[in-house]
Design a binder for this molecule. Structure first.
Ligand code: NAD
Length: 327
């Protein structure tokens, strides 16, 4: 998806790919006419011809590889979640500032068509003062295994909350205007150990639920699952935005929909919102290009990645302590 995004955005030439698995890198080389290959990420970083890199590695490698890339003078797009801890995310933000390089997180949900349309409507004030977002991403069955690290806390940093929660929470926080978080109350479960084949370790959550409070009386409700007992029609995403004069439903078959002109009875008008022309990874890579050219500020960049990790960490802490925790 990154490779396709670069080529579609324009202004990039894909110079090389690194992956420990030869078949994986060769497939990418063939698909996108990439001339050069490395096995180890660190060898690619030593290539002086390369100006910018996408880091799409298991979560525990994000911080070390991003730090090495920034030290080597490269701009970076790093996959979500930013890191496996707030401490790592802080180091990454500090390093980008120190080396004066772009660090952009691949928060692809911010760049989707429905999501961009919703954000534009909110920015124009069509829903009034937006104060609450309810976001849900529940898979009925779908524990990711990847190359065996997703369910292993040491390498993933967490389960469904860190994997799907990072993306939904980032979207909800973005739609809310990125207010400062103050507290979190959360609970996480591991209910489906039988779905992970032995001997793959499984010591993380497969479901998590949370409520977060923010400055200026704003809030987010979050629910995510890799696996949960729900009918198949509940499999998927929901994101509902509540404002003082209107509401937005981000995911509907008609695209994002704005509801406004509420009557005392609760009746309202429904306005489907038009998505922009460039969406998803091409929009993400176009933003990366604009950041490199100093025409834009990375969003979400190092500081936003840190806040996101602090929120996720607070939800896990709240689960462990059985009470709400300050952020
Ligand atoms: N934004 C999204 O929708 C989305 C979707 C899937 C995954 N992700 C994120 O992307 C990242 C990767 O996930 P995935 O599903 O591709 O995992 P994966 O396990 O399928 O792939 C990881 C790859 O990294 C390679 N690798 C590991 N160490 C390496 C090293 N030192 N040098 C070179 N290559 C190395 C492995 O060979 C493997 O091919 C994760 O952070 C995940 O959370 C994001």
């Amino acid at each position: 998806m990154h490779a396709r995004g670069y080529l579609s955005a324009g202004g990039f030439k894909i110079a090389a790919v690194a992956d420990l698995i030869p078949d994986r890198r060769r497939q990418l080389m063939a698909e996108h006419q990439i001339p050069c290959e490395y096995a180890e990420a660190e060898h690619l970083l030593a290539d002086r011809e390369i100006d910018a890199v996408s880091v799409c590695l298991p979560n525990h490698l994000h911080a070390p590889v991003v730090l090495a890339a920034l030290r080597a003078g490269k701009h970076v797009i790093c996959e979500q979640p930013p890191a496996i801890s707030p401490t790592e995310a802080r180091r990454m933000a500090d390093a980008a500032a120190k080396h004066n390089k772009i660090l952009l997180y691949a928060a692809q949900r911010r760049f989707g068509g429905h999501e961009q349309a919703a954000k534009l409507a909110i920015t124009k004030g069509f829903a009034g003062d937006v104060y609450h977002v309810r976001c849900v991403w529940t898979r009925t069955r779908g524990i990711p295994l990847g190359t065996g690290w997703f369910t292993h806390k040491e390498k993933s940093g967490g389960g469904a909350l860190l994997d799907m929660g990072a993306q939904m929470l980032d979207l909800a926080w973005f739609l809310l205007g990125q207010p400062k978080p103050t507290a979190a109350f959360g609970i996480a479960y591991r209910r489906f150990p039988q779905l992970v084949p032995q001997p793959i370790p499984f010591d993380v959550d497969d479901q998590a639920f949370a409520i977060l409070r923010f400055e200026n009386a704003k809030s987010i409700e979050l629910a995510v699952s890799w696996a949960i007992n729900q009918p198949q029609q509940q499999n998927g995403t929901a994101c509902r935005v509540y404002g003082s004069t209107g509401a937005i439903e981000v995911y509907t078959p008609k695209g994002a929909v704005l509801y406004r002109d509420f009557k005392p009875s609760g009746q309202c008008k429904e306005n489907p919102l038009k998505p922009p022309r460039t969406t998803h990874h091409p929009a993400l890579m176009r933003h990366f290009r604009d950041c490199i050219a100093a025409r834009a500020t990375p969003l979400p960049g190092g500081p936003e990645g840190l806040t996101l990790m602090q929120m996720l960490h607070a939800i896990y802490q709240s689960n462990d302590l059985g009470r709400s925790v300050s952020i």
